[in-house]
Each structure stands twice: as structure tokens, then as C-alpha cells.
Design a protein around this ligand. Structure first.
Ligand code: HEC
Length: 110
């Protein structure tokens, strides 16, 4: 997969909030108040979803998700992750925090 493209996207997102130098350091005690700070949504996506939806959300066997936020809310996406949809299996990820983080991250894609 095109890891460098992911890295660019991740870097762009982190530019806003990161105060350290690293790109993927643990965000355990940043004290930013973000509820999902302990989960790297992009990493979860890369591991669990990219095989069907593409490393850059461009779609593969599953539909592209690069503009999914324009169609679906975070809670819609959460529901799809939990229950599956059509050819997409249910419970692709089971950790609640990861589900919430990935759903919130995808809901921003519009
Ligand atoms: C085994 C392949 C597969 C995996 C893994 C997978 N998906 Fe899907 N996904 C699909 C398919 C196929 C659809 C289309 C289902 C339909 O509409 O019939 C879909 C649909 C969706 C939709 C709805 C898109 C839309 O525009 O309606 C979302 C959101 C989504 N997936 C998110 C995820 C997320 C997040 C993950 C990882 C946690 C994931 N998917 C993992 C195959 C997959």
C-alpha cells in the first residue's frame, strides 16, 4: 500500500495539534481533553478497513470513503462498523474506543 501517502495525510492532520516532533508518538498524556486521544484512528483504519476501502479511502472492494462524511454522520458510521452493511462484515473492530475514533475521523471526510 502507499504508506507515504498515508503519512502525508497524517502529518497534515497532526500539524494542527502536535507540539512534539514525532509523527506517530503515543498520545497518552497530551492533556488535550480529546476523548479519543489514546486511539490512532488512521492506524486502526489502516489495519482493519484499508484492505477493502483503500489506503487512501479511495475504495477497493468496498466503496470509497474519501467523502463519506458528506453522506453519513459519525453515529451512522459507528453503526455500520458494528453491524456491517451489505457485503461488509459486522464487528470489523470490536473495541468501542477504536470504533468511535474511526467513525469520528471518517465523518470529517467530506
Ligand atoms: C471485507 C471488506 C470490508 C472491510 C474489512 C470493511 N468494509 Fe466497509 N464496506 C465494505 C463494503 C462491501 C461496503 C458496501 C456495503 C453496501 O452498501 O452494500 C462497505 C460500506 C462501508 C460504509 C458505508 C459507505 C457508504 O457510503 O454507504 C462505511 C462507512 C464503511 N464501510 C466503513 C468501514 C470501516 C470504518 C471499516 C473498518 C473498521 C470497514 N468499513 C471495513 C467492505 C468492507
Amino acid at each position: 500500500m502507499k504508506k507515504w501517502m498515508m503519512a502525508i495525510g497524517l502529518g497534515a492532520m497532526l500539524t494542527l495539534g502536535a507540539c512534539g516532533g514525532g509523527d506517530e508518538e503515543e498520545t497518552t498524556s497530551n492533556g488535550d481533553g480529546a476523548t479519543t486521544a489514546s486511539v490512532d484512528a488512521e492506524a486502526v483504519y489502516a489495519q482493519n478497513c484499508a484492505a477493502c476501502h483503500g489506503a487512501n479511502l479511495e475504495g477497493m472492494s468496498g466503496p470509497k470513503l474519501s467523502d463519506v462524511g458528506a453522506r453519513l454522520s459519525a453515529s451512522d458510521i459507528e453503526e455500520i462498523i458494528r453491524n456491517g452493511k451489505g457485503a461488509m462484515p459486522a464487528n470489523v473492530i470490536e473495541d468501542d474506543e477504536e470504533i468511535t475514533a474511526v467513525a469520528a475521523w471518517l465523518a470529517e471526510k467530506k
